[in-house]
Structure formats: C-alpha cells, structure tokens
Design a binder for this molecule. Structure first.
Ligand SMILES: *[C@@H]1O[C@H](CO)[C@@H](O)[C@H](O)[C@H]1NC(C)=O
Ligand SMILES: *[C@@H]1O[C@H](CO)[C@@H](O)[C@H](O)[C@H]1NC(C)=O
Ligand SMILES: *[C@@H]1O[C@H](CO)[C@@H](O)[C@H](O)[C@H]1NC(C)=O
Ligand SMILES: *[C@@H]1O[C@H](CO)[C@@H](O)[C@H](O)[C@H]1NC(C)=O
Ligand SMILES: *[C@@H]1O[C@H](CO)[C@@H](O)[C@H](O)[C@H]1NC(C)=O
Ligand SMILES: *[C@@H]1O[C@H](CO)[C@@H](O)[C@H](O)[C@H]1NC(C)=O
Length: 312
C-alpha cells in the first residue's frame, strides 16, 4: 500500500507544473434539487464528467474539489457570492467549462496511470467538506446546509451512469476535498461489489492538530465553529465520536485509524496552508511571518528551522 504513495506524489508534482489540460463542460445536477441536495445559496450542485476510454472504460475516478470551509453565517453568506457557495456563480465565472489537469488529465504522457479513466469532478459549494445535512433553510439568511445530500445525490448519479460495474474505483480530493475524501472513503467503498478494487487518495487534506503548535487551539476553535455552523455534531463517523469530541473528529489523525478502505495520504511537509495557519495562529502571526510563509526569500534561518521542524 505504502508503495503507491510515492509514485502518486511524484506524479502530482510532475504534472502540477505542466499546463496541458483538456476542457470539460460543467453540468448541473438538477435532479438533486427535489431531494434538497443544493449549494449554500439553494442552487443545484455541479459536476464535470469526462467518460473513460480504451482499457480505462471499467475504471472510475471521482474527484472532490477543495476550498476551505465556512465557519459562521457571514462567512457562508460570503460564499453564496462566489463559486464556493453557488453553482450559478460557478457557471458564470468558469464560462461553463473546467480544465482537467494533473491526475485528471487525459494525456497519457502526463498522466500515465489514470488518463483513460472515467473522471467525475464534484464541485464544492457547501463549505462543510460534504458533511452537512440540516433540514431547515436558515430563514433569515436563506442559507442551506446540505453537503452530505450533495455527496449522496452525486453518488446516485454516478451509479446511474454505470460506476457500479467498475473494476477499479478511486475517490480523491484536495484540501477540504481531501478531508471529505477521508470522511467519505468507507461509504464510497460500500457502493461497490466486493470484486471492485476501491481506494482513496487525500491530497493536502491531512490537517494536523499538532498540540505543540501555537496554532493548535486556534485550529480546534475553528473546526468547532465549522461543526456548529453546519450542524455536524451527529454527522461525523461514530467510530471517532465514540472516542473523541466531535471537534477532534475533523482532524484526520483521529479518523484514519478506523478507515477500512485503502487510503493514501499525500501531504507536503511544507504545506503552505498548514504552516501559515497552524504553526502560528493567524491572529498572532506577525506581518514578517506572513511575508515569510508567502515567500521563502523573506524568511530568516530561525523561521526556516521552525518550518523544517514542523512536520518532523
Ligand atoms: C479551455 O477553456 C479556456 C477557458 O474557457 C480557454 O481559454 C481555452 O482556450 C480552452 N482550451 C482548449 C484546449 O479548448
Ligand atoms: C432564497 O433562495 C431561494 C433559492 O435560491 C430563492 O428562490 C428565494 O427567492 C430566496 N429568498 C430570499 C428571501 O432571498
Ligand atoms: C501530451 O503531453 C505531452 C507532454 O507535454 C505533449 O508533448 C503531447 O503533445 C500531449 N499530447 C496531446 C494529445 O495533447
Ligand atoms: C464476495 O461476496 C460473495 C457473496 O456476495 C462471497 O461469496 C465472496 O466470498 C466474497 N468474496 C470476497 C473476496 O470477499
Ligand atoms: C513584507 O513584504 C513587503 C514586500 O513584499 C515589504 O514591503 C514589507 O516591508 C514586508 N513586511 C515585513 C514586516 O517584513
Ligand atoms: C527571525 O524573525 C523572527 C520574527 O519572525 C524574529 O523573532 C527572530 O529574532 C529572527 N531571527 C533571526 C536569526 O534573525
């Protein structure tokens, strides 16, 4: 299992810098609206699908887009004004088209392992890593918290178009989509017969609690706000919540030990988001530190040492 991690890491690094992508049109899953599976602003959820070909026709790659979380009403309301909370905004901003690169690329030179797989990208518009399911629409702000329903509606669509017969199925995601991958991995596997090989890849989604980091309390308080905003207390895996508080159950370190499906973690020791948000809490960070985490040229040796020590 560990053997796959390295090639994937190299693959994503190699392909990240190369711009050779193909455009795929974005679709709205209108059928999801009737079951209340909608974005924060009530618009239908969106996906982009590129069918598999050649000897990839039996293989499916489902990719979960990332993009942080919203942790209070104002913050979620802000999202309704951009693609992270509204598929209407997504369509306008993207002109109805998305480029598939990296592990989603259809070019066999750039993406030799997955280029001819079915690729289904789920756009992120719920702000909860696809975990929320609140029945009532917030009447004052007209906000709808339904990420888990979006996930379920998308899975039904995938089964409808043939994913159930897959020989290989991969669920992957980056950042908040990487956390969503970890949270949904076993549920994803349960969609298939036991003859399907199912695996998950969480890329840059291993948000560490790191008790010795100055940012640990901040991060914990932040996840607590995400959970209360989206009503996630009872939505997180019980295998975790039976042992830890719900806040700690958004940290992958407390989720991963119970996951039954092969799960591959890609996490840079120099993940910019984590270094700038966890090592120091953003509220304490000096302008100097903010400069340094944005560009290494601005760092002195003691700051470089802090970064090197962070994930060791
Ligand atoms: C892909 O879409 C972008 C933006 O919509 C456009 O600029 C670009 O020319 C398209 N590329 C191809 C190969 O069609
Ligand atoms: C709330 O959102 C729905 C769905 O987008 C929309 O039809 C309705 O007009 C909105 N109501 C208010 C009060 O903004
Ligand atoms: C695939 O990528 C390689 C390397 O960038 C490039 O030379 C080749 O033209 C690409 N193939 C297609 C079909 O775009
Ligand atoms: C797969 O499931 C079938 C019954 O549905 C069972 O007979 C078989 O032993 C299972 N195979 C594996 C490898 O678990
Ligand atoms: C941060 O960087 C900018 C240039 O990008 C510079 O003008 C500013 O003085 C720097 N601030 C600190 C505190 O180093
Ligand atoms: C490096 O910068 C930090 C501020 O981020 C400062 O506290 C420290 O003294 C500096 N170290 C050196 C060796 O200049």
């Amino acid at each position: 299992m560990a053997a796959l991690l390295l090639p994937l890491t190299i693959l994503s690094l190699v392909t990240a810098g190369i711009v050779a992508v193909h455009n795929v049109s974005i679709s709205l899953l209108d059928s999801a609206v009737a079951r209340g599976a909608v974005c924060l602003d009530g618009t239908p959820p969106a996906y982009a699908y590129s069918p598999g070909f050649g000897d990839g026709v039996d293989n499916w790659h489902v990719f979960l887009q990332g993009g942080g979380w919203c942790h209070n009403v104002d913050n979620c309301l802000d999202r309704t004004r951009d693609p992270k909370g509204s598929s209407a905004k997504l369509m306008t901003e993207q002109n109805g088209v998305v480029s598939f690169g990296g592990m989603l690329d259809a070019n066999s030179t750039l993406n030799p392992d997955f280029y001819n797989w079915h690729v289904f990208k789920i756009f992120y518009c719920d702000g909860s890593s696809l975990m929320s399911d609140v029945e009532d629409v917030d009447p004052k702000h007209n906000l709808t918290y339904r990420g888990a329903r979006i996930y379920d509606a998308m899975m039904d669509e995938l089964l409808r178009i043939g994913m159930g017969n897959a020989k290989n199925a991969l669920l992957s995601g980056t950042s908040a989509g990487g956390l969503a991958t970890t949270l949904h991995c076993d549920k994803f596997q349960s969609l298939f017969h036991n003859t399907t090989k199912v695996k998950c890849v969480s890329d840059s989604g291993f948000f560490v609690h790191g008790e010795h980091f100055m940012g640990a309390d901040w991060r914990e308080a932040y996840f607590f706000s995400v959970i209360s905003t989206h009503g996630l207390t009872n939505m997180l895996p019980t295998s975790c919540t039976s042992k830890f508080s719900s806040t700690l159950c958004l940290f992958p370190e407390n989720l991963v030990p119970d996951i039954q499906t092969p799960l591959f973690l890609i996490e840079s020791a120099f993940d910019k988001y984590q270094i700038s948000n966890n090592v120091f809490s953003p509220s304490d960070a000096s302008p100097r530190w903010i400069n340094c985490t944005s560009n290494l040229i601005f760092c002195n040796w003691s700051e470089i040492k802090i970064m090197k020590d962070t994930h060791s």
